[in-house]
Design a binder for this molecule. Structure first.
Ligand code: 13P
Ligand code: SF4
Length: 281
């Protein structure tokens, strides 16, 4: 299974490609005892949380998400004490242990829906401040932001969007909600990776500027022959997503290496946060 941000040759080798939640969900449906997840650690952990009876391998053992690593269990507990009335909503880009400390999980595709649906009026949103800020503009809830961010998306500024607007006047500009508020403000639509794929399919436009990790362009180009795609900035590359090469994948599969195991007590509590998300949306 390969995430939408993986290298083109990895996406072409995979049986299934998708966003992090689609991969975890698909993993529960397929007839395989071993799943190799080509992506970063929290994605393999999510697949393991939902699939306790299957072996989950991470394609490259050192591939992590720097944003997920910006918060740990101790910090979540400290923030909870500061905001005792708030529901803790954690972005799926987080460790299994952090999910286990949270009330609800969400993805970039459903964060707004989840926050609108929680019964509490106050929400502590972890760890992505940009996604949390975007959500806060779409709901009446009081959203408390934690200062995490994605190095790759946070690097983009309003200047990149304004320049793209000048260079590609007819193009539709799509950005990921992990981008800064100033970037979101100037874009035409704010969408998760799976939503971008759907948006383009349904749109009548011929050209698009894509404000998310460059790997998504492979699938966009493949699925939409004849249309033009431009990356918002050549710096939209997640180094951890690019650690999985074909030879690395072959080594991992041959050695059945990098087995991702989530301790049962953490798995059960993290699963509860994921199930609560699925029940809300
Ligand atoms: P998705 O939830 O769309 O798979 O995105 C994960 C991610 O890492 C975004 O930067
Ligand atoms: Fe994490 Fe950003 Fe890479 Fe996604 S693109 S895996 S959020 S560092």
């Amino acid at each position: 299974m390969a995430h939408n941000y993986q290298l083109p040759e990895i996406q072409d080798t995979a049986d299934i490609t998708g966003d992090s939640l689609e991969l975890a969900r698909e993993a529960t449906q397929i007839d395989a005892r071993v799943i190799v997840l080509c992506g970063v650690r929290f994605m393999a952990e999510t697949a393991a949380i939902l699939n306790p009876n299957r072996t989950v391998l991470l394609s490259e053992g050192t591939a992590g998400c720097p944003m997920a690593d910006m918060i740990d269990v101790k910090t979540v507990r400290g923030w909870r004490r500061r905001y005792p009335g708030a529901a803790v909503v954690c972005y799926v880009n987080s460790s299994a242990a952090v999910k286990a400390e949270s009330d609800y999980c969400c993805t970039s595709a459903n964060a707004v829906k989840v926050v609108r649906a929680v019964p509490e009026n106050e929400v502590l949103f972890i760890p992505d401040r940009n996604l949390g800020h975007y959500v806060s503009t779409q709901t009446d809830k009081r959203v408390i932001l934690y200062p995490g961010y994605c190095n790759t998306h946070h690097r983009i500024t309003a200047k990149h969007v304004l320049r793209a607007r000048e260079e590609h006047r007819d193009a539709v500009i799509l950005v990921h909600p992990e981008c800064r508020p100033e970037v979101i403000e100037h874009a035409d639509a704010v969408l998760s990776t799976s939503q971008m794929l759907r948006y383009v399919k349904e749109s009548k436009a011929q050209s698009f500027v894509i404000g998310t990790e460059k790997g998504l362009l492979h699938r966009l180009i493949k699925d939409n022959p004849g249309r033009q795609f431009y990356i918002l900035s050549e710096t939209l590359v997640c180094p951890d997503m690019k650690k999985t090469t074909l030879s690395r994948l072959a080594e991992t599969m041959q050695a059945r290496a990098n087995v991702v195991e989530v301790p049962e007590d953490i798995r059960v509590r993290a699963r509860r946060a994921l199930d609560r998300m699925l029940a809300l949306v």
